[in-house]
Write a protein that binds this ligand. Structure first.
Ligand SMILES: Cc1cc2nc3c(=O)[nH]c(=O)nc-3n(C[C@H](O)[C@H](O)[C@H](O)COP(=O)(O)OP(=O)(O)OC[C@H]3O[C@@H](n4cnc5c(N)ncnc54)[C@H](O)[C@@H]3O)c2cc1C
Length: 557
């Protein structure tokens, strides 16, 4: 524990900064603790802000978790709001602070310093960017402005620029307020941390809920009216009339203060820290969205800015800054987001990221139910698992569905933390009763399917790979083994249809010189058909993982 006269200063008063302050006080009852923040509000729930726009959270005060008097009276922590740190002198151990209300410059001495300056939205210098009603969403001040405008009833159309987590949460909440929403995304998919095949499931759902999603198109400029209020978004392909724009194209870490003080910036452009959250300057720590960390799967530096990470980093830095010892080993990029009726989760590496990292991978997509199929309200979830072929270790998972996604994502996060193989996951003793899971939980089913693929016992192929094969002109047979009724309700163009119960007697109709890919609704009958064909001597057979449930392209009726 540090001595009474030591002074800990924390720059930044939101998730990471205030967690560090409160924890430091618990660790050291006597150390002097000061928080400086340039904002008026501290300790607020950024993550709840989209729901305040949607009126799911009715009162903005609910977003403010604690106010400065609480920290003063209960914890003896001085919080200086509207005070901006402008320089750090690492030699004299002083920070220069600008009192934004009085316009005064102040100097504070510190013994330990925690930098928790967070991140800020990227605002591209496009023509018309400074027009009225163009917003970013990062602070309480931002959300109050957006909410006031939405409450005015004058907003009929909105454009969200950027199809990431925050952009899509805002899109949903604007729709809930009766506003027509267009999402414009530069990449060829929304939700960039996910693989495209999984992101397409979400995109389809958004379109069904009335959000117009445009991908592979970038905003070029904004046009406004005589009052300088935005009226149009000009993209590479379109002109979209609008009353409001939410810019959500990403964030960048606030590192200027640290950089100018000679604090090392990492490969990710966030502040470089060790496991103790300490920078290259002894006694100075960096936490939250301004700091990088290590990816627990790749072991490489990574910058993934999340509130869950910020709080944990703040805690570790506080323990170390007050004379204790603790470490923060890294992250898996675990995320979850609700998009209308869908829960969307990801942990570890996506297929695309794993390949980029140089892993030889196998993956599968397995639709399953979150509860016993006969139990009321059992809902679909679609699981994508990615594993390393060499070690059979799981590398990542993406899970989407109306059913319970979070517990499966957290289960995989735990497994990844301990470096589990696919085989270890398939043997986990998970809780089961009909209202909670299938007797073999969906994750275990998916691990079994992937284990079989890794062992070469079965040969599944992901839908997007089937599309690639067909587009490259490969002459293959797509075999639909569903019932007549299912086939007629919609099938993949150019397929051959033989229901599973007729397959054994009709195998003679199939051309064994071509590759045959079987499909059904969810993959189970396709896998059975695969076995029938293998047993009948067909050499070049695969089944389509996830089948129609994971096929997001046109169906022919
Ligand atoms: C709309 C939205 C939804 C989100 N949803 C989720 C979610 O569901 N799950 C999740 O895990 N994460 C979510 N996040 C991310 C999460 O909110 C951030 O990771 C978290 O707020 C980071 O906390 P921080 O303290 O590191 O940084 P910040 O929240 O950025 O706080 C940094 C503070 O430091 C201040 N500051 C900066 N420079 C100075 C200076 N020189 N002097 C004084 N003060 C300074 C800033 O003004 C700010 O007040 C969401 C974020 C947003 C915006």
């Amino acid at each position: 524990m540090e001595k009474e006269n030591k002074h800990l200063i924390i720059i930044g008063g939101v998730a990471a900064g205030m967690k560090a302050a409160a924890k430091a006080r618990r660790e050291s009852p006597t150390m002097k603790i000061t928080v400086v923040t340039d904002e008026h509000y501290i300790s607020y729930a950024s993550c709840g802000m989209p729901y305040f726009i949607g009126d799911i959270i009715k009162d903005s005060k609910k977003l403010i978790i604690r106010e400065p008097p609480y920290f003063k009276n209960m914890l003896n922590i001085n919080v200086l709001t509207r005070h901006q740190a402008t320089a750090i002198n690492t030699k004299s151990k002083q920070i220069k602070v600008n009192d934004l209300e009085k316009g005064q410059e102040l100097i504070f001495n510190y013994d330990r310093l925690i930098i928790a300056t967070g991140a800020q939205p990227i605002v591209p210098p496009l023509p018309g960017i400074s027009l009225g009603n163009i917003f970013t969403l990062r602070t309480i001040a931002d959300v109050l402005m957006i909410r006031t405008l939405v409450d005015s009833g004058n907003i009929k159309n909105a454009v969200v620029v950027g199809g990431g987590l925050i952009g899509l949460e805002v899109a949903e909440n604007l729709i809930l307020r009766g506003i027509k929403v267009t999402v414009v995304e530069l990449l060829d998919q929304i939700l960039p941390p996910l693989d495209k095949d999984m992101a397409l499931i979400v995109q389809k759902h958004l379109m069904e809920k009335g959000v117009w999603v445009i991908t592979s198109d970038g905003v070029k400029s904004f046009e406004g009216n005589d009052s300088n209020i935005v009226t149009k978004v000009i993209t590479g392909k379109l002109q979209i009339p609008t009353d409001m724009v939410i810019l959500s194209i990403g964030i960048k870490p606030n590192t200027r203060l640290a950089q100018e003080a000679g604090i090392e910036i990492g490969a990710t452009r966030a502040i470089k820290v060790n496991e103790r959250m300490e920078t290259n300057i002894p006694g100075i720590y960096a936490v939250g969205d301004c700091a990088e960390t290590i990816h627990l799967v790749t072991g490489k530096p990574v910058w993934i800015a999340l509130g869950s990470t910020a709080a944990k980093m703040g805690r570790v830095a506080a323990i170390n800054a007050t004379g204790g010892a603790d470490t923060f080993k890294g992250v898996l990029g675990t995320l979850i987001v609700k998009i209308f009726d869908l829960h969307v989760g990801k942990v570890g590496l996506s297929e695309r990221e794993a390949i980029k990292e140089g892993y030889k991978i196998e993956s599968t997509i397995v639709p399953a139910l979150d509860k016993a199929h006969y139990y009321p309200n059992a809902k679909d979830i679609i699981i994508k698992l990615i594993a390393d072929v060499t070690t059979r270790k799981l590398l990542g998972a993406e899970i989407i569905g109306e059913g319970i996604v979070d517990k499966r994502i957290d289960l995989v996060a735990t497994a990844l933390t301990f470096g589990a193989t696919v085989d270890q996951i398939s043997k986990l003793d998970l809780a089961y009763a009909p209202p909670y899971a299938m007797s073999m939980d969906a994750i275990i089913v998916a691990a079994n399917v992937l284990g079989n693929k890794l062992s070469g016992k079965t040969s599944g192929i992901l839908p997007h790979k089937v599309v690639e094969k067909r587009e490259s002109g490969e002459d293959l047979v797509l075999l639909d083994v569903r019932s007549e009724i299912e086939y007629k309700s919609g099938h993949i163009k150019g397929c051959k249809h033989i229901p599973l119960d007729k397959l054994t007697s009709r195998v003679g109709e199939l051309d064994g010189s071509k590759e045959i890919i079987t499909y059904c609704r969810a993959g189970l009958r396709a896998a059975q058909a695969y076995r029938i064909l293998k047993n009948a001597g067909f050499k070049n057979v695969k089944y389509m993982d996830g089948s129609i449930l994971a096929w997001l392209h046109e169906l022919e009726k």
